[in-house]
Design a protein around this ligand. Structure first.
Ligand code: ATP
Length: 463
């Protein structure tokens, strides 16, 4: 993980937040290449999930919603994780994660039972703070993950705000989809089964945020909520599980053996089935969740119908059947995918003779920069030809021009940001209009005529 974090900072992918003020945990800032990489992953998701489908449409709802949304969804009362605190060093720990080390799975287990297990460990002198080692730990208590704000309120201090007026930046993006279900049905000439997809920020007061961008307090989700008749659920659920897994294999080119489904054994009371897609993170040394695929039953529309007093059912115009659509969701963390891609792509290679290189072997579609163009040396004629090529190429692909170092350094920099092709203009180029194209992974070089370079790149980059 340290290597990936260092590369991200060194090469302008991801910076810690508010560094000049000593940092701000749980938040990260995306630099030039990190933004390009994240946008490419998002684009690859949006294309497959929205643009290439007739049954899914897009949405971009607000981060803030009416506060009753979160009461109806159940988040105000039960969106919490069990927290234990160290009285000695004030370290906070998630009891469920802590107990995993002892082979206990306490996901969705009542707090009293969690505390019973912790008590047993305490008696056996096995309960220690994972930071300072102290045995002086509190009991587990529920810690609500919703972030609170006084958004839109004339009352300046949050503690003076009546509970009903506390406004929450969304804890998950899908609630904005449920609130717009009726608008979409009324305006988009669409009927169940259909999906609504959106990408956006979500905020959670995570107890522990240790694993770089894997778990942060501000993050982005890409969610698709599929509304259907309950009889269609099982078949559609299997269909979407397969679709989503194929997206990782085909579009992100993740090796099959690095991915698996994990079935949820314990379900929330309204859910009928739930699976996670897990990726084997080398940097975390374990499989962990990147996406959840869940059957949510009619919970969401029933609850919002009940709390808003609006009818959120659907009348089938042919059969005249009236029903509340059930919902199946696919929910991915975009930042987790960035970490997954970096984890997959990062490699250190021994080049022999005491030399090595770091290279990001990113799929070409996801790579932030597709082509880099360099003049071999600081020479006006070489520079002019390289710049002309850059101007031609930048309208076709994300292209960089670089002449700020020797060729070795320029290759190293592009390898570290994962650029699939580097094009060098040298003295021979001035004579015969050919350039050297170097491929990132094999480092093989070939000479291509300038007239053919755009077509060559289009073919290689499959664009
Ligand atoms: P976890 O068990 O890791 O806390 P979750 O099951 O609560 O995640 P969901 O609410 O199902 O997660 O959210 C869907 C997806 O959003 C997750 O699969 C994950 O990729 C992403 N996600 C959730 N919480 C975070 C977070 N704090 N930071 C980054 N991504 C997150």
């Amino acid at each position: 993980m340290d290597d990936i974090i260092a590369l991200c900072k060194r090469r302008g992918f991801i910076y810690p937040s508010s560094e000049i003020y000593g940092g701000f945990s749980g938040v990260y800032d995306y630099g030039h290449y990190g933004t390009l990489l994240k946008n490419n992953i998002q684009d690859a998701w949006w294309r497959e999930m929205v643009l290439y489908r007739k049954d899914v449409i897009g949405l971009d709802s607000g981060i803030f919603m009416h506060p009753t949304t979160w009461k109806a969804s159940g988040h105000v009362d039960s969106f919490s994780d069990p927290q234990i605190d160290c009285r000695n060093c004030k370290n906070r720990m998630r009891a469920d994660h802590y107990l995993e080390k002892f082979g206990h799975d306490v996901d969705r287990v009542p707090l009293a039972e969690v505390n019973k297990i912790l008590d047993e460990l305490r008696t056996q002198k096995k309960l220690h703070c994972d930071k300072c080692g102290s045995e002086n730990l509190t009991e587990a208590r529920d810690f609500n993950l919703l972030v609170q704000s006084n958004f839109g309120s004339p009352i300046g201090k949050l503690q003076d705000l009546p509970g009903k007026d506390v406004v929450y930046p969304r804890g998950e993006t899908c609630q904005g989809i449920y609130l717009n279900y009726k608008n979409v049905i009324d305006s988009m000439r669409i009927k169940p089964p259909f999906g609504i997809a959106q990408v956006g920020k979500a905020f959670r007061n995570e107890i522990v945020v240790k694993q770089f961008i894997f778990r942060t307090r501000e993050f982005e989700q890409m969610e698709m909520q599929y509304f259907l008749h309950p009889n269609d659920m099982d078949q559609k659920f299997e269909y979407w599980k397969e679709e989503r897994m194929n997206w990782y294999l085909r579009i992100l080119q993740i090796p099959k053996e690095k991915l698996r489904f994990k079935k949820h054994e314990k379900l929330v009371h309204y859910a009928k089935a739930a699976y996670d897609i897990q990726y084997q993170f080398t940097c975390l040394d374990k499989y962990d969740e990147v996406e959840g695929i869940h059957q949510r039953g009619d919970w969401d529309l029933s609850r919002h119908g009940q709390f808003s007093g609006q009818k959120l059912d659907y009348l089938n115009p042919v059969t005249k059947e009236r029903f509340i659509p059930h919902i199946m969701e696919t929910s991915v963390g975009l930042n987790r995918l960035v970490l997954m891609i970096l984890d997959m792509a990062y490699s250190k290679e021994d080049l022999g003779g005491g030399k090595n290189r770091v290279v990001l072997k990113l799929p070409t579609r996801i790579a932030p920069v597709k082509v880099a163009i360099f003049p071999l040396q600081k020479n006006e004629k070489l520079r002019k030809l390289a710049e002309d090529l850059y101007i031609n190429m930048r309208g076709l692909f994300v292209t960089e021009f670089d002449d700020a170092g020797n060729i070795g350094k320029m290759y190293r920099r592009q390898d570290e940001i994962g650029t699939p092709f580097c094009v060098t203009i040298d003295y021979q180029s001035l004579e015969d209009q050919t350039v050297t194209v170097r491929e990132r992974d094999s480092m093989k070089q070939e000479r291509i005529h300038l007239d053919k370079i755009s077509a060559y790149m289009k073919k290689k980059l499959s664009i």
